[in-house]
Design a binder for this molecule. Sequence first.
Ligand code: SF4
Length: 211
Amino acid sequence: MDKNYFRILKELGIDEIFVEKDNMQQDKIKLLKEINEEIQKCTKCDLYKSRTQAVLGEGNINAKLMFVGEAPGADEDRLGRPFVGRAGKLLTSIIEELGHKREEFYISNINKCRPPNNRTPTPWEQEACFPYLEKQIQIINPKVLCLLGAAAARAFLERNVAITKERGQIINWKDKYLILTFHPAYVLRNPSAKDTLKEDIKKAIELAYSD
Ligand code: SF4
């Protein structure tokens, strides 16, 4: 690359675009790192007592689709990554069966700390943790949020959700779309629900990538 090449790019304003984009990425990484530091020290609800580490989330920080589950389980708590146990493997395999890669999307949970014996977080525990997820959503800015399970749906809709009746629906939430579906852990216990989960995830991906 000679200086002329960069001069021409500069005249076209292209270097500025790259720099601007790069700065945006750096800002996003920095902000997510700050949230991660905060949750590792957080004691806002009692779930901090049972965690090995808090689990922020992972994936594409520019994702158009974010998956949101309930809370980390034993494997997630040990490894510090979301959806890496059996339920996570099922989610990943469904994404791949649909011709996509897990890394295209961002994956997180309502609660960042593992509840004792994997019990469902209480509404109060969800409320305490929700602002962290809201900040993540603000930074990543996905178009669609696919909510995995009734507990995740309850945290967003602030009411109890009958997931078998309400799954598959597209709901407006702020400037985003929510798609409610089963938690993959439910599908592990009820394998006949796999096609339904896959159908809902397909819908979420198509909506995320639509114009
Ligand atoms: S679950 Fe959330 S609110 Fe509760 S201690 Fe962990 S990070 Fe804090």
